[in-house]
Design a protein around this ligand. Structure first.
Ligand code: ADP
Ligand code: ADP
Length: 220
């Protein structure tokens, strides 16, 4: 299955509680927005979802498996955690081909994904630095590489120009329409409008709401 289940998840860093007793479910076939102000615990939760960090309490499963048992590699879960981590310029494209080879993904798939995110020309030239928007596109390409059923994106709209925002929204809708699970964090409600149909809202590490965007918006 493609369902993400977060169950009484808690994460403390020393004396600081980043995430507290957080429970929610993310279903396939939707774009689910993960909304909360800066410092609310979104990145921490995404890192726990990916098994990049261990929870202090509670559990996370993706497709019914605890993250420790999760199949490794790019084919199960694709993620864009931080475009700042994407290596700059030509190295980034080389990294993408290397990542594909390491995961037994054909080069033609990399070419295809670079075309899909609008970076085919930039990749061919392999020159200069990449803007933040290009790094975002490249990070999204990385997440798409293995054609995974579950996709996690941390602030994917940051640094995109208006055309890029429209493109990413269209991409997320297509991925959801294909029956994938698409989970997208943001600190801006305005970004979630026209992007997500479901919302998980957190503040200070705790759940505030988990419902449709229209129900949340209608609360006033
Ligand atoms: P968001 O992604 O919503 O901005 P974060 O998950 O990055 O929130 O951070 C939640 C809280 O946890 C913040 O107060 C942050 O300072 C703290 N935090 C996150 N990571 C660490 C860490 N590695 N060590 C200490 N505190 C952390
Ligand atoms: P490498 O260590 O081979 O250089 P990275 O750790 O830099 O690969 O991963 C690059 C990107 O691939 C990450 O930003 C993330 O999007 C994705 N990724 C890597 N491993 C996983 C995984 N186990 N599950 C989901 N996504 C992953």
């Amino acid at each position: 299955s493609r369902v993400i289940e977060v169950n009484e998840l808690t994460k403390r860093y020393g004396g600081k509680t980043a995430v507290k007793d957080l429970s929610f479910t993310v279903r396939p076939g939707h774009v689910t927005g993960f909304l909360g102000p800066n410092g609310a615990g979104k990145s921490t939760t995404l890192r726990l979802l990916l098994g990049l960090d261990a929870p202090t309490g509670g559990s996370v499963t993706i497709g019914g498996r605890p993250f420790r048992d999760r199949p490794r590699g790019l084919r199960h879960v694709g993620a864009l955690l931080d475009a700042g981590d994407v290596h700059g310029g030509r190295r980034a494209v080389a990294h993408l081909y290397g990542l594909a080879r390491g995961n037994r993904i054909p080069r033609a798939r990399v070419d295809e994904v670079l075309r899909d995110v609008g970076l085919a020309d930039a990749a061919r030239r392999r020159i200069g630095g990449f803007s933040l928007g290009m790094r975002q596109r490249l990070g999204i390409a990385t997440a798409l590489l293995g054609d995974p059923p579950v996709l996690l994106f941390d602030e994917p709209l940051n640094g995109l120009d208006p055309e890029g925002v429209l493109w990413v929204r269209g991409l997320f809708r297509r991925l959801a329409a294909e029956g994938r699970t698409v989970f997208v964090s943001s600190h801006l409600m305005s970004e979630m409008e026209n992007t997500a149909d479901q919302l998980v809202v957190i503040g200070r590490g705790e759940l505030i709401a988990a419902e449709s965007l229209s129900d949340f918006a209608a609360r006033g």
